[in-house]
Design a protein around this ligand. Structure first.
Ligand SMILES: C[S@@+](CC[C@H](N)C(=O)[O-])C[C@H]1O[C@@H](n2cnc3c(N)ncnc32)[C@H](O)[C@@H]1O
Length: 291
């Protein structure tokens, strides 16, 4: 069976039949709830009991959002499939639902969101379903708008199923270009079934970044498929960060070459026979940066 992303665009793949099938499968309900709980844990929200305003990107029928509500948070869900959102309404999802293509940006006011999760959705942006679709441009619009609407220091945790390394790289690069720092946390990397990759992103200056959480079950060599027992021998997989030169470094580059250099240059020009103004106490002096 080919991947859903290769079968049809999401708004067509998740039609009425598929949306109902998805939401009535007890296995899917259980898996999505488990992934959402882990994503919420990786968001690392303060444990002060204050409800936060979160985004659920590709919220579908509200399975992932249910975990956010159960933990006392408010949420806004984006999805491109009307059928999925209809089921979310039927199931009385507590979040506010938006029928929207996140590849065109989120359209939120800057800095108003405390965190974002996305469960099994962002890899859809890597596929060009229309002639006007350019995956890199869509990822740029998505990550740029996500970065802008998050409060400084807030996190976004995106669980995704990339098709290959090129896709993972493309997604990661788009996130870093938008300004995020962070990396990938992989739970149960040795199990084909239980393996889950989470892109954990932090918004804001490096002083606000915390160290990347550890993945579960990294050292569990003989973890069989589906074995997700809690394991403390764990590691983080892959840390990415952007290295943008600071303004101070740029300013230092512009510094002049000094009086000695100027006098030497003038001497060289005189030796070559050029007419050069005489050296005075003003030659090569440091100028004030204001009048
Ligand atoms: C596998 S479902 C996951 C739904 C939900 N997060 C859950 O945990 O049950 C992926 C969802 O992503 C949505 N999606 C895919 N591409 C999207 C896009 N460009 N904009 C908004 N939603 C999208 C699909 O419509 C689908 O509902």
């Amino acid at each position: 069976m080919p991947r859903p992303e290769l079968q049809a665009p999401p708004e067509i793949f998740y039609n009425e039949t598929e949306a109902r099938k998805y939401t009535t499968s007890s296995r899917i309900i259980e898996v999505q709830a488990r992934i959402s709980t882990r994503a919420l844990e990786l968001l690392n929200l303060p444990s002060d009991g204050i409800p936060r305003l979160l985004l659920d990107i590709g919220c579908g029928s509200g399975l992932s959002g249910e975990t956010l509500s159960e933990n006392g948070h408010h949420w806004i869900g984006y999805d491109i499939s009307q059928s999925m959102l209809n089921i979310a309404l039927e199931r009385e999802a507590e979040g506010d639902l938006l029928l929207s293509d996140v590849g065109q940006g989120l359209g939120m006011r800057p800095g108003v969101i405390d965190g974002a999760i996305s469960i099994s959705a962002v890899q859809w942006l890597c596929y060009a379903d229309k002639s006007s679709h350019e995956p890199r441009a869509r990822l740029k619009a998505f990550f740029g708008s996500l970065y802008r609407c998050l409060a400084r220091g807030a996190r976004a945790v995106l669980q995704l199923y990339s098709e290959n390394m090129d896709q993972s790289e493309m997604i990661m690069k788009a996130a870093m270009r938008a300004g995020f720092a962070g990396g990938v946390v992989v739970d149960y990397p040795h199990s084909t079934k239980a393996r889950k990759a989470y892109l954990v992103l932090t918004c804001g200056p490096s002083s606000m970044q915390t160290s990347l959480p550890k993945g579960k079950g990294e050292d569990c060599e003989d973890c069989s498929d589906g074995d997700e027992s809690d394991d403390d021998n764990s590691e983080t997989v892959g840390i990415y960060d952007r290295h943008r030169p600071t303004k101070r470094l740029k300013l230092n580059k512009k510094k002049g070459k000094g009086k000695a250099w100027l006098l030497k240059k003038k001497e060289q020009m005189r030796n070559k026979g050029y007419t050069v103004p005489p050296d005075t106490k003003y030659t090569g002096r440091k100028r004030k940066n204001h009048f």
